[in-house]
Design a protein around this ligand. Structure first.
Ligand SMILES: Nc1ncnc2c1ncn2[C@@H]1O[C@H](COP(=O)(O)OP(=O)(O)O)[C@@H](O)[C@H]1O
Ligand SMILES: [Mg+2]
Length: 376
């Protein structure tokens, strides 16, 4: 028997441990921490770990779908997609090990622009969206080993789920998770309403064209710093706007030319049949727009822009944890799924480097009784 055949099916057993470095964010589905994956003889790799909230881990229907979706996207390897390294379980709790992205979410990036009254240059906005379109085009066109299309749909393309690293590389995260959430029992919708396609808001079947729509809303948002819908109203009002595809085109700067407006209108058409029917054609159109006259924006241009506008991102070693969900409510409310009440002083929590002890105020049980954190 050849060596190849002899080793097939054998199990390699190791001892991987993760040491928490710091909390990154508290999201709708769980906490995200930066951690060091420890290997033999001092080997260390920086990773991000997303721990599902216990309420999700105990929901059997959700977990089943969640695992199915995680398996579907496990082998997505593309520079514009945050890579999933591993899905693991400790006792009943699931956690994802992900590529760590040292950078900023697109939401925080635009919030920053709005705060300092800066408008993102049009070319950079289109560049960011063209990169995410490439990541989506790759995901949308995946096939299984039998050549059958995997029909991957992200279902939650929005600025919170797009990260830009300090090298200027935009990356889409949270793949397929919204679809898992959609079967979690109650009739709630998941995904961010202000970015949701009409068919998703109307609870009709969705395919990749729903992601194209949401990416169109992201482009709109980058071009003018605000959502095309009136998102200051109630969730019900925003849902109605999503269902009827209300778009306030007047928000866009008058300087935008017809060429990019045509692309945007196609992305955000009410009927999926009127949108791009192929994500790579969309990516091509966006790239053509920024590169047709010669040299256009690249990841280096974007990184230089970020270094210039947001030097703190590059110089300050430790940013305070971002309360992403609270921030979301201000600009782009999400549909509440399962409400998780965190103690008021949650973000005073200290995670001490080195001993990995989680220090929580008394009477809290989020991390302090959490057996996933251990000193051993
Ligand atoms: N792989 C990662 N590397 C660095 N930061 C991350 C990573 N994944 C998520 N984050 C940060 O955590 C926030 C919330 O993560 P996300 O996965 O979108 O959670 P949720 O959708 O459940 O709120 C993101 O907006 C980002 O700031
Ligand atoms: Mg997310």
């Amino acid at each position: 028997m050849s060596t190849r055949a002899a080793v097939a099916g054998k199990i390699i057993v190791g001892d991987t441990r993760y040491e928490v470095v710091e909390a990154i964010a508290e999201g709708g589905m769980g906490s995200v921490v930066k951690a060091l994956k420890k290997g033999a003889d001092g080997f260390e790799k920086i990773v991000a770990i997303k721990m599902l909230l216990p309420c999700y881990s105990t929901d059997q229907k959700f977990v089943g779908r969640f695992i199915a979706e995680a398996k579907l996207v496990a082998n997505l390897v593309h520079e514009n997609i945050v890579q999933i390294y591993h899905l693991d379980k400790f006792r009943n709790d699931y956690y994802f090990v992900l590529e760590f992205v040292d950078g900023v979410s697109l939401f925080d990036f635009i919030e920053f622009h709005n705060k300092v009254r800066l408008v993102l240059p049009t070319n950079l906005a289109i560049f960011i969206v063209s990169r995410i379109a490439r990541g989506l085009a790759y995901a949308h066109s995946r096939h299984d080993l039998n050549g059958e299309p995997l029909n991957i749909v992200h279902c939650d393309v929005c600025p919170h789920n797009i990260l830009i690293n300090t090298e200027g590389l935009p990356k889409l995260t949270d793949f397929g998770i919204a679809r898992a959430k959609n079967v979690s029992g109650d009739a709630s919708l998941s995904g961010k309403l202000p970015f949701m396609s009409p068919e998703q808001a109307n609870k009709r079947a969705v395919d990749f064209r729903s992601d194209i729509y949401s990416l169109g809303v992201v482009l709109f948002y980058l071009l003018c710093g605000r959502n095309p819908r009136n998102i200051n109203g109630s969730l019900r009002e925003i849902l109605e706007q999503a269902k009827s595809n209300y778009i306030n085109w007047d928000c866009l700067p008058e300087s935008l030319d017809d060429e990019i407006l045509t692309v945007l209108r196609m992305m955000m058409a009410t009927d999926p049949a009127d949108r791009y029917q192929n994500t790579s054609v969309l990516a091509r159109d966006l790239e053509y727009y920024i590169y047709k006259d010669g040299y256009g924006p690249t990841i280096v241009t974007l990184a230089e822009y970020m270094a210039q506008q947001m030097p703190a991102l590059f110089n300050v070693p430790k940013l305070p944890p971002v309360k992403s969900n609270t921030d979301t409510v201000k600009l782009s409310p999400i549909v509440p799924e399962k409400t998780v009440v965190l103690p008021d002083n949650f973000f005073n929590t200290e995670i001490r480097d080195g001993d990995k002890t989680v220090v929580m105020p008394e009477d809290t049980d989020f991390y302090s009784n959490d057996e996933r954190f251990t000193d051993a």
